[in-house]
Design a protein around this ligand. Structure first.
Ligand code: GLN
Length: 491
């Protein structure tokens, strides 16, 4: 068995038993990154020396008997988390020279748990996208291939670098963020598990803001258990983020063996979209059977405002983004292009620093917030967002969790779906409603399509009930027995 076959849980046990050392594990991963990252472009910045220093400290901690489940575990950090002294770009040229003077709360908590950071993972610029092609540092290649084809596929987005890194075994796990589906969709595209916790579960402090009322930090890993281990360390109240929730963090790993006997699982009629790929619908039916077979009760439910999810999201998210991104003015952070006067400097800096998709969102956002259109678009969207939330609250009177597909397709080709931005936005159709409602949702790898590409199922839970999400996801994982591996990976 290769060292790369270990999960976080397994590697943690071997480290604790001193069968392997953190330095050994980290060196293997550093070498894998050196060998495969030039091809996959999963990391924007690699930090092999820092990783080794952290690994040495982890070994000392293990020797002193003070290790936790993440001590010595090599991870990828999405390049949206500010890391003290390590460049943080948000995949934007405007932040190319930005070295944060402070650490995000989530990354600080992972470091405090003894995790090793291999580098900063690539993403869509400012997390805007569904395929990682909007990155200012080049696209990421999905380690998976269609059967018998060498065509390059996208890893999904925006956490595409995190997904490719974990899938190709260039990290044992990764952090991501999810605003409208950015961890669940890439997890589904690369055969990984990923959970977006309840809004407020993890601190947003030090995460480069995209849409503040939606952004959440999250773990991505090879299985459900590893996600639980990561979330245990990432979650928690933080006085530095006024939207973080003052709630006790349960041990999420305890939920994994709870089973689904007696749980009521909702199947929303509105997610059976016309024209959805039959393979995805068939997998969804399989998921229903798996849960039934393990003792769950299946309940038809209705989420009637789901159909407005994308429209609402693509007003609210750009509106918040246009406001959040106003800070990149050439004065306070990152890049600057001088001009004849202050306004000219702002304009030149932002014209050169932002990519096309980011500019499009800033324009949409300022438009929907502008005098005369605010009520028609932004206010209306906020009202419909409330109706979407109410759909979920009503559904959760009847059910304990909801099962849906994660994405409407498997990973697509690099360069596909690029003719018009709306085609790209449709990727988020199944993930956006949970983001708008702020409820937790997890993607679990559940099968392969006819072309040999992974597909995911999504489990949505009640606010702050990640435990049921983990229990249901673990049940699906057990039934699916997903063990396929990508073509391109460290061995
Ligand atoms: N694909 C969605 C977007 O482009 C979601 C991205 C995200 O969750 N960060 O906005």
């Amino acid at each position: 068995m290769s060292i790369f076959d270990l999960t976080i849980a397994e590697a943690g046990k071997k480290l604790a038993a001193k069968e392997i050392s953190a330095v050994e594990l980290t060196s293997a991963y550093n070498d894998a990154v050196t060998a495969l990252n030039p091809r996959l472009n999963a990391y924007i910045t690699v930090t092999p020396e820092l990783a080794l220093t952290q690994a040495k400290a982890a070994d000392a901690r293990i020797a002193a008997g003070q290790a936790g489940p993440l001590t010595g575990i090599p991870l990828a950090m999405k390049d949206l988390f500010c890391t003290e002294g390590v460049r943080t770009t948000a995949a934007s040229k405007i932040l190319e020279p930005f070295i944060p003077p402070y650490e995000s709360t989530v990354s600080a908590q992972l470091l405090a748990a003894g995790a090793v950071i291999l580098g900063k993972a690539n993403l869509d610029e400012f997390a805007m996208g569904s395929s990682n092609i909007t990155s200012g540092y080049g696209p990421v290649e999905n380690p998976w291939k269609r059967n018998g084809s060498d065509a390059k596929l996208v890893p999904g987005g925006s956490s595409g670098g995190s997904a490719a890194a974990v899938s190709a075994r260039l990290a044992l796990g990764a952090t991501g963020t999810d605003t409208g589906g950015s961890i669940r969709q890439p997890a589904a595209f690369t055969g990984l598990a990923g959970i977006k916790p309840t809004y407020g579960r993890c601190s947003r402090y030090g995460i480069v803001a995209f849409a503040s009322s939606l952004d959440q930090a999250e773990p991505m890993a090879r299985n459900v258990e590893d996600c639980a281990i990561l979330l245990n360390a990432m979650a928690g109240f933080d006085t530095k983020d006024s939207t973080s929730a003052e709630r006790a963090v349960p041990d999420f790993t305890k939920a994994l063996t709870k089973g689904v006997k007696g749980l009521r699982i909702g199947i929303p009629a509105e997610y059976r979209l016309e024209g959805t790929n039959p393979e995805i619908l068939a997998l969804w039916d399989k998921g229903i059977e798996w849960l039934k077979a393990q003792g769950a009760e299946i309940v038809e439910i209705s989420l009637p405002h789901t159909k407005y999810g994308l429209a609402v999201y693509y007003i609210v998210a750009p509106a918040e983004a246009s406001s959040n991104l106003a800070r990149y003015d050439g004065v306070r952070f990152g890049a600057r292009v001088d001009g004849v006067d202050l306004i000219d400097m702002y304009e030149r800096t932002r014209a050169a620093g932002f990519g096309t998709e980011v500019k499009r969102r800033i324009m949409i956002g300022t438009y929907v917030l502008s005098h005369g259109y605010y009520d028609a678009y932004y206010l209306k969207a906020q009202k419909v967002r409330n109706l979407i939330l109410r759909d979920f609250t009503n559904a959760f009177d009847k059910v304990d969790a909801i099962l849906t597909p994660t994405a409407p397709s498997a990973a697509f080709g690099l360069g596909e779906k690029m003719d018009d931005p709306v085609t790209m936005y449709l990727n988020d159709v199944f993930t956006v409603p949970a983001s708008l409602a702020g409820v937790p949702a997890m993607s679990v790898p559940a099968g392969l399509n006819a072309e040999g590409l992974p597909l995911g199922l999504q489990v949505i839970g009640k606010h702050f009930d990640e435990e049921t999400v983990f229990a249901v996801s673990a049940a699906i994982e057990r039934a699916a027995g997903f063990s396929a591996l990508p073509d391109v990976r460290a061995k």
